[in-house]
Ligand binder design. Structure first.
Ligand SMILES: *[C@@H]1O[C@H](CO)[C@@H](O)[C@H](O)[C@H]1NC(C)=O
Ligand SMILES: *[C@@H]1O[C@H](CO)[C@@H](O)[C@H](O)[C@H]1NC(C)=O
Length: 193
């Protein structure tokens, strides 16, 4: 069963193209009781975010110095500029992801992926816009397995432990299982990454 789950999740991750996402694979359908923010305000959500905690990546080392820059693009669209450092090669990588749609009331936005035509829904479960954000996505395969993606991120590259603790508490309240989460290394990063 586990091999099969792993196999399917690798296929799914490939189908997300360059968006190799750190995920948690479980049996059963996606949880039905997750609730996102009721009014996602992208104008306030733009700017720099530093991912701090996430699930591990399968078969790949977690990049470090991960930074998202959510920016307004042309035609009322938004773009996520992502930079990070490949922990194996030490190379800086930069790429942009287009946000196809924003569903303000649904508390979610949809990112463009290489191969999935409908994109991938990312829910903002909780944010105060100025300190922290908890992002969540889930794909399920026929109700047999579900693949959960979570990023806990902060506005500061080095948030205080108080901010981290408070955010982790909020993530728990949002129903996020943090047992297998790993930190994203944010120290020793070049100034422009
Ligand atoms: C974020 O993106 C905007 C728009 O491209 C740019 O002006 C700004 O300098 C970027 N910020 C950082 C810290 O990279
Ligand atoms: C959702 O339901 C599961 C299973 O009943 C429960 O463990 C979890 O705490 C619930 N999450 C939320 C956010 O209510």
């Amino acid at each position: 069963m586990l091999n099969q789950v792993l196999y399917i999740s690798v296929i799914l991750m490939l189908s997300l193209g360059s968006h190799a996402l750190p995920v948690k694979v479980s049996k059963g359908a996606c949880p039905k009781n997750m609730t996102a923010v009721g009014d996602l305000n992208m104008k306030k959500y733009v700017g720099i975010w530093y991912p701090q905690l996430t699930y591990p990546l399968y078969l790949k080392a977690m990049p470090k110095c991960v930074k998202y820059n959510v920016t307004k693009s042309t035609g009322n669209k938004y773009l996520i500029r992502r930079s990070d450092i490949d922990s194996k090669s030490g190379k800086v990588r930069r790429r942009s992801t287009l946000i196809l749609r924003v569903d303000r009331k649904g508390g979610k936005y949809t990112i463009k992926t290489n191969k999935s035509p409908h994109g991938f829904n990312i829910f903002v479960l909780d944010t105060d816009y100025k300190t922290y954000s908890i992002q969540y996505g889930c794909i399920e395969l026929g109700g047999i397995i579900n693949i959960v993606y979570v990023i806990i991120m902060t506005r500061d590259r080095f948030p205080s432990s108080e901010v981290i603790q408070r955010t982790q508490k909020l993530a728990k309240l949002s129903g996020i299982d943090q047992k297998t989460m790993v930190p994203i290394l944010q120290n020793g990063c070049p100034i422009d990454v």
